[in-house]
Design a protein around this ligand. Structure first.
Ligand code: 5AD
Ligand code: FES
Length: 363
């Protein structure tokens, strides 16, 4: 059965119901899926264009106070060797990205709220800003923090923050997390980020046990209703040293999660239009060309790994993470070829803020 043209039109003009979005997310016929991706690609061309923006990601520490049931670096996983890069190493990675004309970086790590940690990040931010002459854009991805911490890091030079909601469904959120990690605190943190002035990014995991197409449709409507500027979402992938592996391994279908991840990108592009959407590295863990497929389904951001190679193997949130043996220079060349292969270009030396953010702040 071909895609119902009314459903596609409703997704495009912002009137789609959750049922209609779920219908698009449930397409199985390859021709229908190709039509959905093509429609999203047309919207991407109209709104954000076909220039891919790079965010060099430095995954600087796997020390984490949280115990999310799906994540390979959760506090209770005693099989991981913990590491934290030094301030010099973080600044060095940032300056490598700057010299490589990446325009902006993401500093990501496990969650910690202790005062020495907050100071450490603040110092690294101040140095990065100073040593790049204020030119390198900085996104943080460091979990839930107090409003005061968000404000201090903003004042030190960070201007975007990624904090995934993981699932906008409160009950599902709780199946992914221990009782002490609450949905309300996550929502409050997203709101505090907005108060502190950041461009706010969120996203979900796609295809974890118990999640339905209607839940994912609600996630897309959540992004819209929260007026989110940037989306980073990717397929759920089992990590065997986690509690979720016990229930998720048997039914895990990587191909299905990849397909669903791409459909989520396409539907999100159709509905939200002018936001930045990342082609998550997890897509490539499931398929060697996963990130290119993400760009072709409507994503416009790639986060090349700029972490020193020796630390990469200790930062595995899920199985099969790519680029573990590569270095930053190899990833740069590899991505250049991949992006050339699909006829897109790279926005070197640009921050690449989403048009959505520009519109939101000029209102
Ligand atoms: N599969 C996919 N994504 C994962 N993340 C953590 N563990 C996994 C997993 N097993 C994602 C979460 C988190 C981000 C940093 O990594 O969505 O927000
Ligand atoms: Fe790292 Fe291709 S992006 S090797």
């Amino acid at each position: 059965m071909p895609i119902n043209p009314q459903t596609l039109a409703a997704a495009r003009n912002g009137t789609a119901t959750r049922e209609q979005l779920a219908e698009l997310l449930s397409l199985t016929d390859p021709a229908d899926i190709a039509e959905l991706h093509a429609a999203a690609y047309a919207t991407k061309k109209e709104t954000v264009g076909t220039v891919v923006h790079f965010r060099g990601i430095v995954e600087f520490s796997n020390v984490c106070v949280k115990d999310c049931l799906y994540c390979g670096i959760r506090k209770s996983n005693t099989a991981v060797e913990r590491f934290t890069m030094t301030e010099d190493e973080i600044v060095e990675a940032a300056l490598w990205a700057f010299e490589s004309e990446y325009g902006s970086i993401v500093i990501q790590g496990g969650e910690r709220q202790d005062a020495p940690f907050v100071d450490f990040i603040e110092r690294a931010l101040l140095r990065i800003k100073k040593e790049s002459g204020g030119k390198l854009g900085v996104t943080l991805s460091l979990g839930e923090q107090s409003l005061e911490t968000f404000q201090r890091w903003y004042a030190a030079g960070a201007h975007r923050y990624l904090l995934r909601i993981e699932s906008s469904n409160r009950e599902l959120y709780q199946t992914l997390h221990p009782e002490t990690h609450t949905y309300d605190e996550r929502i409050a943190a997203l709101s505090d980020l907005r108060t502190a002035g950041y461009q706010v990014g969120t996203g979900v995991m796609i295809g974890f046990p118990g999640q339905t197409a209607l839940d994912l449709a609600d996630d897309v409507l959540f992004f819209r209703d929260q007026d989110i500027d940037m989306i980073g979402m990717g397929p759920y992938i089992v990590h065997e040293q986690t509690p979720m592996a016990a229930t998720a391994t048997e039914d895990f279908d990587g191909e299905a999660n990849l397909d669903l991840g791409l459909k989520m990108i396409a539907v999100t592009r159709l509905v939200l239009r002018d936001v930045n959407i990342a082609a998550a590295t997890a897509l490539q863990a499931l398929n060697p060309t996963g990130r290119e497929l993400g760009l072709q389904a409507g994503a416009n951001i790639i986060m090349p790994n700029i972490t020193e190679t020796k630390y990469r193997s200790a930062y595995q949130l899920y199985n099969g993470k790519p680029c573990l043996d590569e270095n930053s220079t190899m990833c740069r060349g590899c991505l250049q070829r991949r992006i050339d292969s699909i006829g897109e270009t790279i926005g070197f030396n640009q921050w690449g803020d989403s048009p959505h953010f520009a519109k939101r702040t000029s209102k």
